[in-house]
Ligand binder design. Structure first.
Ligand code: GCO
Length: 263
């Protein structure tokens, strides 16, 4: 039997950008552990409905809410609606994000700002409005989805790295301000995972594909399900004295400088 410290049965978890990819994988992980999942997306109601159905077909309690995480008014209304229709939000995972792979010299300011807006400003907006209730109830868990790019640079992903580096520091600042109210704010920093987002750089023969496999001590791309354990830990009582920490789930990438190609 699982230890009761990891019990999240009946908790309400809002996961932004959870219709696919890592968000969906964490939704499954928390849902299988008994949490009620609030799916969010903004591109289409259909995608949300499909994601909710997929979770429900696996016996998971799931509902869906379409809103734009970068629009404060929409977020305020959605959070109120979720809390009155589903219940107080116990767990928030700020997962929604985009990437644009453009060298800095070619990047338009508008593109740079769009990445910052979705990947860094939106976790601030959503957390601000969800944390209020958590602070009142003196209980809550916020998980910000960071990245290898919270620590490392990579050519063409400057805006994304700026946002994810910022999100790491926002996580520490949220912990600084809210930990005293028994709200734990931590990050998960996924390494390189096989998702839609990385599809263009994962194709066979793409030099990046071999690079990532040789750069990762575990010698493979991560499988989205590999994030579930970290998400459950940071959502449960087991992490009640863990705050402002970024848990990297990266097959060891950050542990090493890499190796020459002949090793
Ligand atoms: C890239 C990747 C990143 C990674 C991830 C690493 O182009 O460098 O697509 O988005 O997937 O963030 O942690």
């Amino acid at each position: 039997m699982a230890h009761s410290l990891f019990d999240i049965n009946g908790k309400v978890a809002l996961i932004t950008g959870s219709t696919h990819g890592l968000g969906m994988a964490m939704a499954k992980g928390l849902g299988e552990a008994g949490a009620t999942i609030v799916v969010n997306g903004n591109s289409s109601q259909q995608k949300i409905d499909d994601a909710v159905k997929e979770l429900q077909s696996q016996g998971i309690n799931a509902v869906g809410y379409k809103f734009n995480v970068t629009d404060e008014q929409e977020v305020i209304e959605a959070v109120q609606k979720i809390q009155s229709e589903v219940g107080p939000i116990d767990i928030l995972i700020n997962n929604a994000g985009i990437i644009k792979r453009i060298p800095l010299l070619d990047m338009d300011v508008a593109d740079f700002k769009e990445v910052i807006d979705i990947d860094l400003v939106s976790p601030f907006i959503v957390s601000k409005h969800v944390a209020r209730g958590m602070i009142e109830r003196r209980q809550g868990k916020i998980i910000n989805i960071c990245s290898m790019m919270s620590e490392l640079g990579r050519s063409t992903v400057g805006a994304y790295a700026a946002a994810k580096g910022g999100l790491k520091m926002l996580t520490k600042n949220m912990a600084t301000e809210w930990a005293k109210y028994n709200v734990q704010i931590n990050g998960i920093g996924p390494g390189y995972f096989a998702t839609e987002q990385t599809k263009p750089i994962r194709v066979d023969g793409h030099p990046f594909n071999d690079f990532i496999i040789s750069r990762t001590p575990a010698a493979k791309w991560g499988d989205a399900g590999d994030l579930a354990g970290a998400a459950i830990f940071l959502s449960s009582k087991a992490s009640d004295f863990v705050n402002g920490h970024i848990l990297y789930v990266d097959g060891g990438i950050l542990a090493t400088i890499g190796k020459p190609s002949n090793e």
